[in-house]
Design a protein around this ligand. Structure first.
Ligand code: COA
Length: 248
C-alpha cells in the first residue's frame, strides 16, 4: 500500500485521495496498485454505494511519474500496476465521482473519462501531452474522448496537446459542474451522497445501460497499451523524459 494514496470511508462512500502534493500528485506504480486495490475492495463491499476520486488543492495529478517512465525507457521492467488500475477503473461496478482542482495531466485527465460525474474548479486545465512525450493516448482515451468531446476537441487534447480549461470541458461534456476550489470537496461529497442514497439496484442497471458494454473500452486499453509499452522505449520518449528530469 502506498502512503501517497489515502483511502477512507465516509458512510456509504469510499474516498480515494491522491496524496503526494510535493510531486503534484504524480502517480507511481505503488500508487496505481493502491488505487486498483481500493477500487476493487469498494466494488466488493456492499456497504460502499459510490466511490470518490480526489486530488490535492491545486493539483489533481501531474500524471504518471516521469521517473518511473524513464526507468522503463532505460531498460527497467514496466510492471502491470497501471494496467491493473485501468482495468479496475473501466470495469468498476459502483458509480464513480471525481473532483479536480488545478493540474490534471495525462492520466490525471483520462481517469475522468471513466467517471460518471466529474466536478472541477475554474483554475483546472485538463491536458494530455502524450504525443509531445513521444507516447500515445492511454486508458481507453483514444476511444472515449472522441465519444465524449467529438473528434476535433479530442484530437486537440490528445494529439495537439492543447489544454482544455474547466469551463470548456464542461461545455464539451467532460465535466458535470464547475465550482470554486474551496467548495470542491463538499460539492463532490454531496453529489456522491445523492447517488449513494438512490435505490442501488436501479442505479446499477441505469449506470450499466448508460456506460454501455465495456468490452470495446477494455480492448482499446490493451491496444493502446501495446503501443504505449513500445513507445516508452523509443528514442523520442527517452529524450522527452530526460529533458523533464534534468530541466532544473
Ligand atoms: N513525474 C515526476 N515528478 C513530477 C511530475 C511527474 N509527472 N510532475 C511534477 N513532478 C515533480 C517535479 O519534478 C517537482 O519535483 P522537485 O520539487 O523535486 O523538483 C515537483 O513535482 C513540482 O513540480 P514543478 O514542475 O516544480 O511544478 P509546476 O507547478 O512548476 O509545474 C507541471 C507543474 C505539472 C506543469 C509540471 O510539473 C509538469 O509538466 N510535469 C510533467 C507532466 C507530465 O508530462 N506528465 C506525464 C503525462 S503522460
Amino acid at each position: 500500500m502506498s502512503e501517497h494514496v489515502a483511502v477512507e470511508r465516509r458512510d456509504a462512500l469510499q474516498v480515494i485521495r491522491l496524496n503526494r502534493p510535493e510531486k503534484k500528485n504524480a502517480i507511481t506504480r505503488a500508487m496505481y496498485a493502491t488505487m486498483a486495490a481500493a477500487l476493487k475492495a469498494g466494488d466488493a463491499n456492499d456497504g460502499v454505494r459510490c466511490q470518490v476520486i480526489l486530488g490535492q488543492p491545486g493539483a489533481f495529478s501531474a500524471g504518471n511519474d516521469l521517473a518511473d517512465f524513464l526507468a522503463v525507457a532505460t531498460g527497467g521492467e514496466g510492471g502491470t500496476e497501471v494496467y491493473d488500475f485501468l482495468l479496475a477503473l473501466a470495469g468498476s461496478a459502483k458509480p464513480l465521482v471525481s473532483g479536480v482542482d488545478g493540474i490534471a495531466v495525462g492520466i490525471g485527465t483520462t481517469i475522468h473519462l471513466h467517471c460518471d460525474l466529474t466536478l472541477a474548479t475554474p483554475r483546472t486545465v485538463f491536458s494530455t501531452p502524450f504525443v509531445d512525450l513521444g507516447l500515445v493516448p492511454e486508458a481507453g482515451s483514444s476511444l472515449l474522448a472522441p465519444l465524449a468531446l467529438g473528434h476535433q476537441r479530442a484530437f486537440a487534447l490528445l494529439a495537439l496537446g492543447e489544454g482544455l480549461p474547466a469551463q470548456e470541458a464542461k461545455a464539451a461534456g467532460l465535466v458535470h459542474a464547475v465550482v470554486e476550489p474551496e467548495a470542491l470537496d463538499d460539492a463532490v461529497f454531496r453529489t456522491a451522497e445523492t447517488l449513494a442514497a438512490k435505490p442501488p439496484e436501479a442505479l446499477k442497471i441505469a449506470r450499466d445501460l448508460i456506460r454501455g458494454p465495456r468490452e470495446a473500452v477494455v480492448a482499446r486499453i490493451h491496444e493502446e497499451a501495446g503501443h504505449f509499452r513500445a513507445r516508452l522505449r523509443s528514442e523520442e520518449a527517452r529524450a522527452a523524459f530526460m529533458a523533464f528530469m534534468s530541466r532544473k
